[in-house]
Design a protein around this ligand. Structure first.
Ligand code: ADP
Ligand code: ADP
Length: 227
């Protein structure tokens, strides 16, 4: 797990008149789950995508584990992202979906399979290896996506509204599972949501964004007097 640092990061999309992210400085400690919370359009996803290397800042610096990654492309960063649409390969089994990235990054078939099995066990999907995504519920598909990201053992794990396609009961279940795994493995997680209840339930720390800037930053207790 690695820390994530933003130094005066600004992102203005081509053609936009105002920045999507405006002069943000942050220090996210290694091994913590930090949420970016705020209304639609405030810049959360842009912030996350800059950590992933899917967007480049217009100015400022981004460091992961103390290394300057500002200009590094996504493929050269040790970061995995879980999307709100699970983005599983529909024609591949659960096992193939979870081991695909491992095979791609050079692990042999046996090693990839054994790590994939361990990942599936972490998300409670042992026994589902041979299923296709279409044979799974939405919650199970998202857990496959979580396993796929976990098995790569990234320095930082990113979640972009991971629960928004799930019903209320499943949302609670999956978010508790994500939190449990994060704590158990000591992962650095940056988690985007617009749902305050969700942020309160999972976070060590909440960064509240509003109109491209950080409006508040603190623990759930500091910000909302939560337990
Ligand atoms: P949030 O995740 O909080 O909803 P975003 O980071 O997606 O916010 O968006 C912040 C601002 O940047 C919004 O005004 C949005 O319309 C704009 N934006 C996001 N992505 C792009 C893009 N690819 N091109 C142009 N503008 C974008
Ligand atoms: P991650 O390592 O974060 O899980 P992937 O390497 O699986 O991400 O995906 C990289 C890109 O490919 C993402 O933009 C994702 O949306 C896209 N992608 C992944 N799976 C599929 C799929 N089954 N169909 C279409 N696009 C996909």
């Amino acid at each position: 797990a690695a820390s994530v640092t933003f130094e005066h990061v600004t992102k203005t999309y081509p053609g936009a008149t105002t920045p999507a992210v405006n002069d943000i400085s942050l220090a996210i400690e290694a091994g913590r789950l930090v949420t970016l919370l705020g209304p639609s359009g405030c810049g959360k996803t842009t912030t996350l995508r800059m950590i992933a290397g899917l967007e480049m800042p217009s100015s400022g610096r981004i460091l992961i584990g103390g290394d300057d990654v500002t200009r590094l492309p996504a493929t050269d960063r040790d970061v995995s992202m879980v999307f709100q649409s699970y983005a599983l390969f529909p024609h591949m089994t659960v096992m193939e979906n979870v081991s695909y990235g491992l095979r791609f990054s050079g692990h042999d078939k046996k090693e990839a399979a054994s790590r994939a099995r361990a990942g599936l066990e972490l998300v409670g999907l042992t026994g589902f290896e041979a299923r296709l995504p279409s044979e799974l519920s939405g919650g199970q598909q998202q857990r496959v996506a979580v396993a796929r990201a976990l098995v790569l053992e990234p320095q930082v794990l990113l979640f972009d509204e991971p629960l928004s396609n799930l019903d209320a009961k499943l949302r609670r279940h999956v978010r508790e599972e994500i939190r449990e795994i994060q704590t158990k493995l000591g992962l650095t997680v940056v988690y985007v949501t617009h749902d305050q209840e969700e942020a309160l339930a999972v976070s060590d720390r909440i960064i509240v964004m509003n109109r491209a800037v950080v409006a508040q930053d603190g623990t759930p207790r500091e910000l909302y007097d939560a337990p």
